[in-house]
Design a protein around this ligand. Structure first.
Ligand SMILES: Nc1ncnc2c1ncn2[C@@H]1O[C@H](COP(=O)(O)OP(=O)(O)OP(=O)(O)O)[C@@H](O)[C@H]1O
Ligand SMILES: [Mg+2]
Length: 423
């Protein structure tokens, strides 16, 4: 399972984006005064991952090994621990306000610790693992919006916590798969959070913005506001569903459908869609190449992507977060590169939409400055960032209820890091 070993002071860190279509390994080195420099990258085809979850150990392992070995060779280092991403359909946000009374009059470290501990023990559920625990806002008596409550006087200390949870089963499979590659996990970051860190500007994160990472097998969203992550969501639909819809609708093999999607596909109808005929290779030897008007292809693509966007939009509205989600939307992931997707997102979400390209890491070649490398780049930035989270290290996948001693930096690696790192 996940092992301890996060080293925030490390000079060289490897990250692994295990997607449903590809595996990316990036190795970065701390560059004094300049942030992070990329020193090696490697890619593998992801064959054993579906909708973000490992479904075939051997195939997934092969993809990870290929990506890591290539990156190791390029960087000239050996990788032992990795920071990995997670995007699963069970991903969800939970907010909690916890209040405790204290007697001393002045807020001290131990009071903060007590509130954080009590929020963790209130939350813990055996079927979920806590991936992130972020204190958003502290309050002392009736005063809220406090960044550091220590030294303040009062009787009641409160904190608004944002927890990000995911089903423990698929996480165990992921951990096992990485372990089979003889790698240790030093931390886990949810994909849309990483994507946001890679592509957003500080202003966007501050004013309110939604990021949607459109992968091959999963589409995930994150909402940032006041420079913090306030919500995540995921649905198990992605670019592969568009390809499958095309293969079925145009009666052509999946490989041909993938090619048709990238060459002729669009989420918006064009002026010559009726006349333009798309060549569709035959399914078998006895069939012949046939042609279909592009308007049929566009309708197939549009209905799948429109449905995906509407689903996410409605879930954000249902969560009461429409106002928090901001006036801007940034798209990342391979599937956002399809023609017309940006415009369709503008229409469905009624927001200003742009395609997000990763930035902020030195030494990135142009080929990596593409939306499908946002998650990997974000993982690297996150790995070198000062943590603002209450707990650090890999998640506890034991399925047992929260126990304070497990969060004090023992072999599970998770510790109440926040106190140490934030002040
Ligand atoms: N130029 C393009 N036009 C249209 N679709 C594209 C293009 N390039 C890539 N895609 C699609 O993007 C998807 C892969 O995206 P990405 O690499 O972000 O997925 P992933 O990270 O491996 O998977 P996931 O995040 O869902 O687990 C595929 O479905 C692919 O068809
Ligand atoms: Mg992805």
């Amino acid at each position: 399972m996940f092992k301890s070993g996060v080293n925030r002071k490390a000079e060289t860190i490897a990250v692994l984006d295990i997607g449903s279509s590809k595996v990316v390994c990036l190795i970065g080195r701390r560059e004094p005064n300049f942030g992070v420099r990329l020193i090696g990258s490697g890619f593998g085809v992801s064959a054993g991952v579906k909708n973000g979850a490992v479904i075939d150990m051997e195939a997934a392992e092969a993809g990870i090994r290929t990506a890591v070995e290539k990156a190791e060779r390029a960087a000239g280092v050996t990788v032992q621990t990795v920071c990995v991403n997670v995007a699963l359909r069970s991903l969800r946000s939970q907010h909690m306000n916890v209040q405790t009374e204290f007697a001393s009059g002045e807020v001290a470290d131990r009071d903060l610790k007590r509130v954080l501990t009590s929020s963790l023990s209130e939350l813990s559920q055996p079927e979920d693992a806590i991936l992130h625990a972020m204190p958003l806002n502290w309050s002392v008596d009736d005063e809220s919006g406090i960044r550091d409550p220590r030294g303040m006087f009062g009787k009641r200390l409160g904190v608004d916590m944002h927890f990000i949870l995911a089903g423990v089963g698929p996480l165990r499979n992921l951990a096992h798969c990485i372990e089979r590659c003889h790698l240790d996990i030093s931390s886990v970051t949810v994909s849309p959070y990483a994507a946001g860190l890679a592509v957003l500007t500080e202003d966007e994160r501050d004013l309110g913005v939604t990021v949607i990472d459109m992968g091959g097998g999963i589409t995930s969203a994150a909402i940032f506001r006041d420079d913090t992550l306030v919500h995540v969501d995921a649905i198990s639909v992605g670019g592969k569903n568009v390809t499958n819809d095309i293969a079925r609708g145009l009666v052509t093999p999946s490989e041909a459908a993938e090619r048709i999607k990238t060459i002729y596909g669009s989420a918006l109808h064009g002026a010559d869609d009726e006349e333009f005929m798309v060549p569709c290779p035959p399914m078998g030897a006895q069939d012949e190449l046939h042609h279909q008007p592009r308007t049929v292809l566009t309708s197939i693509v549009r209905s799948r992507i429109e449905e995906t966007f509407e689903l996410l939009r409605d879930r954000i509205i249902d969560a009461g977060l429409e106002e928090y989600a901001g006036r801007r939307l940034v798209l990342t992931g391979g599937a956002c590169q399809l023609n017309g997707v940006r415009e369709l997102a503008e229409y469905v979400f009624n927001k200003r939409v742009r395609i997000g390209r990763p930035h902020g890491v030195l030494g990135m070649k142009d080929t990596l400055a593409a939306p499908d490398f946002a998650v990997a780049t974000g993982l690297l930035k996150h790995a070198f960032m000062e943590s603002t989270e209450a707990i650090s290290g890999p998640p506890d996948l034991s399925g047992r209820r929260y126990k304070q001693k497990r969060y004090t930096g023992n072999s599970w690696g998770r510790s109440l890091q926040w106190l140490k790192e934030n002040f």
